[in-house]
Design a protein around this ligand. Structure first.
Ligand SMILES: [Zn+2]
Length: 409
């Protein structure tokens, strides 16, 4: 083509641009009511439209636009441009902002995945449109706590590792088997809150003696853990709590077991492994599960009485009930003892303080003065160890093996 060439501006449909901007604004602002979320509106000049030009004859837009809503309804709307660079649409006999028109549209859900929009993107636009920046710390504390709980899960299995030095100080000496430890590094406030929630709500599971020892050796976890589950082999349990049987072995109670009484546990779960599978020692191979569990419970008694204990795993229903009831009895005694202390203007006592008081009270009772009725189970639990042969023979109706197991025997 010949002739002179002029530098010409490409024609820009300013009105359509304004309409699209306003539609977008509506779309993002309306996101919070989840109605018409991500509404899909196209605008383009209608067939009958006439140009609107500026004083120099440049295109500003058109008089009519088709609004195609959700890709199926189409409506031609008369449009006007105001001096303030606002595009108004003629709706219900009035000139209104496009948002007012969109609000009249019937609400509906996004029809199908074909119109799938980028939801996170939309949410982000919504935050921007509403002048908000998402900040984790602006969420209410209860919501943040819920997020921490779900991040850590309800159980935490710490294990000792040399990598643990990289974790923050409070977690020195342990690593948590979750990717979410990164959470703890976000910032000081978040990590402090998360740690608190972790200790309050998460059950720490110790499936090895050394893990348990590690967990209780550092002052912070020992003071902070509220829920603890100990799931050891029979042999490890006996070593932990101490066990003496002339024909078998003599183990002294480990410091770790004593540390249990220093803790402020809301719950302690003792989980017993299946019969036979657990016996590291020949002496326990093929032993009656009921007898061995009784030994362990008896051995555990001085370390755990007064705690809220749950017995779990391969344990007979009757054994579980008996032990948990005995623990409940001691807890009731301790609360009576604490009422007494409060009446004397003393603070709530700890378990070691109770133990000490009990020992003194026992001494006194020999002189005939007893303040509290001392139940036998406060002192010993079963006292049947000596009577058992080694290995303990199973006389249960259903034999104690991992394959055949009945808790109701
Ligand atoms: Zn048995």
């Amino acid at each position: 083509m010949g002739g002179p060439k002029f530098r010409t501006r490409p024609e820009v449909d300013l009105v359509a641009e304004l309409l699209r901007r306003d539609i977008n604004m509506y779309r993002t602002r309306s996101f919070d009511d989840f109605m018409n979320e991500g509404i899909n509106v196209n605008v383009y000049p209608a067939r009958e439209a006439q140009r609107i030009n500026d004083s120099l004859g440049h295109l500003l837009g058109f008089t009519h636009y088709n609004f195609e809503v959700w890709g199926d309804q189409e409506k031609a709307m008369q449009v006007r441009l105001t001096g303030a660079h606002q595009a108004l649409v003629h709706c219900r006999a009035r000139w209104v902002h496009v948002e007012a028109y969109l609000r009249y549209l019937p609400h509906r859900q996004r029809p199908d995945a074909a119109h799938a929009i980028n939801r996170p993107r939309l949410q982000w636009e919504w935050w921007l449109a509403n002048g908000k920046l998402f900040s984790f710390l602006t969420l209410p504390r209860e919501i943040r706590d819920q997020i921490y709980i779900h991040t850590f899960g309800f159980t935490t299995e710490p294990y000792p590792t040399c990598k643990s030095r990289r974790l923050m100080g409070r977690f020195a000496g342990m690593q948590i088997q979750k990717p979410s430890v990164a959470f703890l590094r976000l910032n000081k406030q978040v990590s402090a809150e998360a740690v608190k929630v972790l200790y309050l709500y998460s059950t720490f599971v110790a499936a090895q003696t050394r893990v348990l020892a590690r967990l209780l050796s550092k002052r912070y976890p020992q003071d902070s853990i509220r829920r603890l589950e100990i799931a050891l082999s029979h042999q490890e349990f006996l070593r932990l709590f101490g066990f003496a049987h002339a024909g078998f072995a003599i183990y002294e109670r480990q410091e770790t077991a004593e540390a249990l009484r220093q803790m402020k546990l809301d719950n302690l779960t003792l989980t017993f492994a299946a019969p036979s599978l657990t016996a590291v020692s020949q002496n326990l191979d093929g032993a009656c599960q009921r007898v061995v569990v009784d030994w362990i419970l008896e051995a555990a008694w001085p370390s755990v009485r007064g705690l809220f204990v749950t017995v779990a795993g391969y344990v007979k229903t009757a054994q579980k009930a008996k032990f948990e009831t005995a623990c409940g009895t001691v807890r009731a005694q301790i609360s009576r003892w604490n009422r007494l202390r409060r009446a004397l203007g003393l603070f709530e006592g700890t378990l070691p303080e109770y133990d000490q008081w009990l020992a003194e009270a026992e001494g006194d009772s020999e002189g005939g003065v007893s303040i509290v009725d001392l139940s036998k189970c406060a002192n010993g639990y079963l006292s049947l160890t000596a009577k058992q042969e080694i290995p303990p023979v199973c006389r249960c109706r259903v034999l104690c093996t991992a394959e055949k197991w009945s808790a109701d025997d």
